[in-house]
Design a protein around this ligand. Structure first.
Ligand SMILES: [Cu+2]
Length: 502
């Protein structure tokens, strides 16, 4: 990933040359990494929250960033290494960073509870916990800083990662606007319900129903009838200026040099604030080996849905030199972003920034096929919470059980309990629901039981339901929310709480 503004119009020779400089996205050979893993860190890791300037389609963009000890975005930990980090706030404003999917003690979770306030500008805050291995990420939980790219990868290597003979490639996705997040939110909340004022893109949103139908859908009297048409749901609240893959667009994509016929572990992270993608491997077939950092039984695929905040680990055996574009196409739209895998010397030509047709809505087609490699032990839940997901585009507000954050009733759980949460979506948008501090297993979709994936974020489709289960083993105060930033900001968040937390 680049940190500085670079010219957009590059010759192909310059593109090839620039890829050599991107050592941060090309992992070391396994042998070298194994050596590094045996050497204990001499000092705490320094993570700096700051600002940087990107070049987005020829225009300078001032954004936030989280730069790790090696000068690259984020942090990569060796097997067994603790998350022993000094977070230095040089962002010029207060911030607090959440280690998404990790299971730290609650006071280190990076959520602005009264007990754990944001870090003032200029201050440093220290963290020290035992991380879990896999593909994770970090993002601000302060205001809407996430939309301004206060995000970065958090990769925790396992011993198996070290043994494996493969090249690791991290691909982080963003949605980007030259407008401020406040302007984007104001554009949504000031909508009065008439279609003309709704901040929707014209072309890619032919799946919107008219607002009158939407009102009917939210009356609670409907069933799945409109869903049967497949044309009734809302997609893409915000009309973005660009979609980024490792901070770049397809006008100037990152080219990752790979070994001819090499094996790649693609660590995909959807860090977009309000966009979901279909990962399109093109001519390649991949094997999904983990979701949200948690190992699943291998599933093969070429087009893979990736909801907000989710991650996918995809193993790919390259059949030749390439180039092999890895596209991420926005649901409901033709626009896409991506990177290119190519052996040294393999020519890389211009890639179209739009696919031939709109991508369908991101769905649970992959979720239904996933099975956790380490499922929960069979056990009936001690407590089941039912949570109703509701809201609409006009007025733009989203709720859980009819409550709007911060005026919420916590979902109480107790240590040692097996907890189930049944999420029932009574809105026409899909909601990627994220629970802090716990890995859960997906145990039912639309009431049908399954032994699904272990993960930290699951999509609940329009008018659908998803049930998750987990063991209450991490006492504290934990946020539970929709990971669409604008849904969260207008109320779609609650608390999962253990008793006697002070
Ligand atoms: Cu939502």
């Amino acid at each position: 990933m680049r940190k500085n503004k670079r010219p957009t119009l590059l010759t192909r020779r310059q593109i090839l040359a620039s890829s050599v400089a991107m050592a941060g996205t090309i992992s070391l050979l396994p042998k070298e990494r194994a050596t590094a893993a045996t050497e204990p860190r001499a000092t705490d890791l320094r993570l700096t929250a700051g600002t940087r300037t990107l070049d987005v389609n020829g225009k300078a963009a001032r954004v936030f960033g989280l730069i790790g000890p090696d000068g690259n975005p984020g942090i990569t930990l060796s097997p067994g290494e603790r998350f022993h980090v000094n977070l230095v706030n040089q962002a010029g404003t207060s911030t607090i960073i959440h280690w998404h999917g990790q299971l730290p003690p609650w006071r280190q979770d990076g959520f602005p509870w009264p007990q754990t306030p944001p870090i003032p500008a200029g201050d440093t805050h220290s963290y020290d916990y035992a991380p879990i291995a896999g593909t994770y990420w970090m993002h601000s939980h302060q205001g809407m800083q996430e939309q301004s790219l206060m995000t970065a990868p958090l990769i925790v290597h396992s011993a198996e990662d070290m043994r494996a003979d493969r090249q690791e490639v991290v691909l982080m996705l963003h949605d980007f606007s030259f407008r401020t997040p406040d302007e984007l939110l104001a554009g949504l909340t000031k909508s009065n319900g008439s279609q003309s004022t709704m901040p929707k893109g014209g072309m890619g949103n032919n799946m919107n129903m008219d607002s009158g139908s939407k009102g009917a859908m939210n009356s609670g009297t409907m069933g799945a009838m409109n869903m049967a048409s497949g044309m009734a749901m809302d997609l893409n609240d915000v009309d973005y200026d660009a979609f980024l893959a490792n901070d770049r667009t397809l006008a100037d994509p990152e080219v990752v040099r790979t070994e001819p016929r090499g094996r790649v572990l693609l660590r995909l992270i959807n860090a977009a604030s309000s966009s979901q993608f279909w990962i399109d491997l093109g001519a390649l077939t991949g094997t999904v080996v983990a979701v949200d950092g948690h190992t699943v039984r291998p599933v093969r695929g070429t087009r893979l849905p990736l909801a907000m905040a989710q991650r996918l680990d995809v193993l790919i055996d390259l059949p030749g030199n390439g180039p092999y574009p890895i596209f991420a196409q926005v649901e409901g739209k033709r626009v896409r972003t991506g990177i290119v895998l190519a052996a040294p010397g393999a020519p890389v030509s211009h890639l179209a920034a739009e696919a031939g047709e709109n991508a369908p809505p991101v769905d649970l087609s992959l979720e239904r096929r996933l099975e956790a490699a380490s499922p929960l032990a069979p056990r009936a839940p001690d407590v089941t919470h039912r949570v109703i997901l509701a809201g609409a585009m006009a007025p733009y507000a989203w709720s859980l059980n009819g409550e709007y954050w911060p005026n919420v009733t916590p979902l109480m759980i107790a240590p040692g309990q097996r907890v189930a949460i049944e999420m029932v979506n009574r809105s026409m948008m899909a909601h990627p629901m994220h629970l802090h501090g716990h890995a859960f297993q997906v145990v039912a979709i639309n009431g049908a039981p399954l032994a699904g994936a272990a993960r930290d974020t699951v999509l609940v489709p329009p008018m659908g339901s998803v049930t998750i289960a987990f063991d209450a083993d991490n006492p504290g105060r934990w946020a539970f929310h929709c990971h669409n930033l604008y849904h969260m900001m207008t109320g779609m968040m609650t608390e999962v709480r253990y008793p006697a937390i002070i």
